[in-house]
Ligand binder design. Structure first.
Ligand SMILES: Nc1ncnc2c1ncn2[C@@H]1O[C@H](COP(=O)(O)OP(=O)(O)OP(=O)(O)O)[C@@H](O)[C@H]1O
Length: 344
């Protein structure tokens, strides 16, 4: 069953005034697939998830599951009346119940011992059903909460930063296990994260959020190969953004004057845009009037240099030359190595 958001907007009104948290959100999380909501802090990810979960009332627009309207203004069934399962960052297991009882909680009639054993086994917790949550590690607790959310076989699973509280090595293993389980079960999943690596690793589709809007929705490959804006390109390609204006045959950038030939494609004269540049494709030429090297970080064959403009803007360049802090360089990007996005 797909999960469809139609023209959702949401505002919080509180002591400090009105915050427009979401505007005109419209996308469909495809059936049986994992969709990541990816965005920086405050971009509106949790608000959107909470609207689908029934933890916030829908103010405007609607949310449907499998084509049937689930929530809309004045139609806000509570979480337990929705065909959704929830997994939160801290697991949120019932502390006074054993792991087996936690898993049994959402099952009709409490579920059979066999079914609970099967779930414990699936999430790698075989034999630990009689423990209480505080007797498990953080990663084990997250596995238990995944089992609890998946055991009732919800049509949709909503996960808010589910791996955030476990260390990086365990996090990678957990999310691979989680992806396998979700795919096997064919569960339509929305997973909130602010970590691009996590989104690329687990998602079939990614919705990139910025300031309460979806700025791009696509597969990991779409976003990597065809970013809709410089900011999406910077998230996925590890690239940097440099502001620029075309002035005849040159680009006047925030990092100095660059040749127009560094751009792949053409751009109107006088236009302002954002350039997406990679540290490995930027060369340096000694220039007394250039940028100052403020940090040299040796990384084996090459070094990563941090250069600064007089007004404090910084850019990273990868270089095999022998460079010392305090030296000055002009940046020379390789021909056709830079992507340009017109400013809107
Ligand atoms: N209860 C609230 N009252 C007022 N404003 C709120 C409330 N909750 C969230 N906001 C604001 O709404 C916007 C979106 O917040 P939200 O928590 O959805 O973002 P997020 O992307 O999930 O952030 P994070 O990654 O930090 O959890 C932010 O500007 C936030 O400050």
């Amino acid at each position: 069953m797909s999960l469809e958001f139609r023209h959702i907007a949401h505002a919080y009104t509180g002591r400090t005034g009105r915050v427009e948290a979401l505007s005109d959100i419209a996308f469909t999380a495809p059936a049986g697939k994992i969709t990541c909501l990816l965005g920086s802090s405050g971009s509106g990810k949790s608000t959107l998830l909470n609207l689908a979960a029934g933890l916030l009332p829908v103010q405007s627009g609607s949310i449907s599951v499998g084509g049937n309207e689930m929530a809309a203004p004045g139609v806000n069934p509570p979480p337990e009346a929705r065909p959704v399962g929830l997994v939160f960052q801290d697991g949120a297991l019932f502390p006074h119940m054993t792991i087996a009882k936690n898993i049994a909680f959402g099952l009709p009639g409490g579920g059979s011992a066999g079914v609970i054993e099967q779930w414990l086994d699936r999430v790698g917790l075989a034999g630990l059903g009689e423990r209480f949550p505080h007797e498990l590690s953080g990663g084990q607790q997250q596995r238990a909460s995944l089992a609890r959310a998946m055991a009732p076989e919800p049509q949709v699973l909503l996960m808010d930063e589910p791996f955030a509280s476990v260390d990086i090595v365990l996090r990678r293993r957990l999310r691979r296990d989680c992806r396998r389980l979700l795919r096997e079960a064919g569960t339509t999943t929305i997973l909130v994260t602010h970590d691009p690596e996590e989104a690329l690793d687990i998602a079939d589709h990614i919705a990139v959020m910025e300031n309460g809007r979806i700025i791009q929705f696509g597969t990991p490959e779409d976003l990597h190969e065809r970013p809709a804006s410089a900011s999406v390109g910077a998230i996925f390609g590890g690239a940097q953004i440099v502001s620029a204006m075309r002035d005849g045959d040159v680009l006047r950038t925030s990092m100095g004057v660059w040749p127009l030939s560094c751009i792949a494609g053409d751009l109107p004269d006088g236009a302002e845009f954002d350039l997406l540049v990679h540290a490995e494709t930027l060369g340096c030429e000694a220039d007394e009037a250039g940028l100052e090297v403020v940090d040299v970080h040796p990384l084996g064959v090459a070094s990563r240099l941090l250069l600064q403009t007089p007004d404090g803007k910084e850019i990273t360049v990868q270089s095999t030359a022998t460079v010392k802090e305090g030296m000055r360089y002009r940046i020379v990007p390789q021909t056709r190595s830079v992507r340009a996005f017109l400013r809107r």
